[in-house]
Ligand binder design. Structure first.
Ligand code: FAD
Length: 341
């Protein structure tokens, strides 16, 4: 059989990392990325890129932990290499603080991040409105640099990338053997997934180089995440809101909330406002599917629906998607009929 032709739809953090994992596990494949948008115009470019997992209610915790661990280990190695600054990957220490102490004692990811511990009384003095907190060190991906670094690595492997909106996966049938759907919120229309919905997030990217520690309110709504050049201040979680227009009232509200956690942000400069739609589902759709039309088959691997935690688990889910592509290739090779399955 000739080298299998794989099309990856989508060029956010999920599409790019999935394409990279496919090339790593199946170097003989010919992989093409087709995407309506590339960096800096994806949801992934808006994200803070912090490695603090979001919980998917319908995915077993041990699976989520494995995805997070794979991602943390992969990015930790990059942060510890000469590539770190170009890839935009760095360690960041800080605090998650709670107005009311949570019932859950330890989050499932507490032994994956570094140095997780309860905050001391002295540390809590910085947050007079909060009762308790957790201190730890995690990793952060600066976006777009991380996306551009992934693109550069992909180009070095010979991958082709084209700007193209795919209206129907069947459009790709004549040219590709396997389609990998990494369309993020675009999958709502592309594969008519009614279980997928947007959770709108508005953030501010500001210049305040003196703020070095992250601060996250335990409700997940207000956060301060320092990157290499800019700090992300958040945020909002607006279910089923499809608007990509920044809301000035929300901008002021986010700024005020962040200043109440870190008063020195009053001096922040060059405030830019960004909006993104988190591709949300009860669980990530990580699945093989065989579509059929008039007796013709199309092999599809889905990898979308990462909601508020795509960066935190991207490498883990990309590796799993690459395994599913490997299974599709085995099925194609095992097909004696010469048909597309
Ligand atoms: P996207 O980045 O949206 O990429 C989808 C790609 O598919 C795009 O290139 C798009 O053009 C393409 N596409 C869509 N439809 C089609 C089509 N029909 N044809 C061709 N191409 C198509 N996660 C974390 O882990 N940590 C964080 O700190 C964090 N902060 C966030 C802050 C905000 C404000 C937001 C909005 C999200 C945040 N997230 C965070 C979540 C994270 O951004 C997402 O989970 C992640 O970006 C999803 O990546 P994706 O590649 O699936 O989607």
């Amino acid at each position: 059989m000739a080298a299998p032709k794989v099309a990856v739809v989508g060029a956010g953090v999920i599409g790019l990392s999935t394409a990279l994992c496919i090339m790593e596990t199946c170097p003989s494949c010919s992989v093409t990325i087709l995407s309506e948008q590339f960096s800096p115009n994806t949801t992934s470019d808006v994200a803070a890129g912090m490695l603090i997992p979001h919980t998917y209610p319908d995915t077993p915790i041990h699976v989520q932990k494995q995805w997070f661990k794979e991602t943390f280990t992969y990015l930790f190695a990059i942060s510890n290499s000469a590539e770190a600054s170009e890839a935009g990957i760095h360690l960041v220490s800080g605090w998650q603080v709670f107005r009311n102490t949570p019932k859950e004692e330890l989050p499932f990811w507490s032994d994956v991040v570094l140095g997780f511990r309860p905050m001391s009384k002295a540390e809590l003095q910085k947050f007079p409105q909060h009762q308790s907190g957790q201190a730890f060190t995690t990793l952060k991906c600066d976006c777009p640099p991380y996306l551009l670094w992934l693109e550069k690595r992909l180009k070095a492997t010979g991958i082709q990338m084209y700007t193209r909106k795919v209206a129907d996966l069947w459009e790709l049938h004549s040219k590709y053997d396997i389609i990998v759907n990494c369309a993020g919120i675009g999958a709502h229309q592309l594969v008519a997934d009614k279980k997928l919905f947007p959770i709108r997030g508005q953030v501010l990217k500001v210049h305040a180089p003196w703020v070095k520690n992250f601060i996250r309110d335990g409700d997940g709504l207000t956060y301060i995440y320092p990157g290499i050049h800019r700090i992300t201040l958040g945020g909002t979680r607006e279910k089923e809101n499809w608007s990509l227009s920044p809301d000035p009232g929300t901008t002021k509200d986010i700024f005020d909330r962040c200043c109440s956690l870190e008063p020195s942000l009053q001096g922040a400069q060059d405030i830019q406002v960004k909006v993104g739609l988190r591709p949300s589902r009860q669980c990530v759709r990580l699945q093989r599917e065989v579509l059929s039309q008039g007796g013709v088959k199309l092999l599809v691997v889905h990898n979308y629906g990462h909601g508020a935690g795509g960066f935190s688990v991207h490498r883990g889910t990309a590796k799993e998607a690459a395994c599913l592509v490997g299974e599709c290739i085995a099925a194609l090779q095992g097909s004696s009929s010469g048909a597309k399955l």
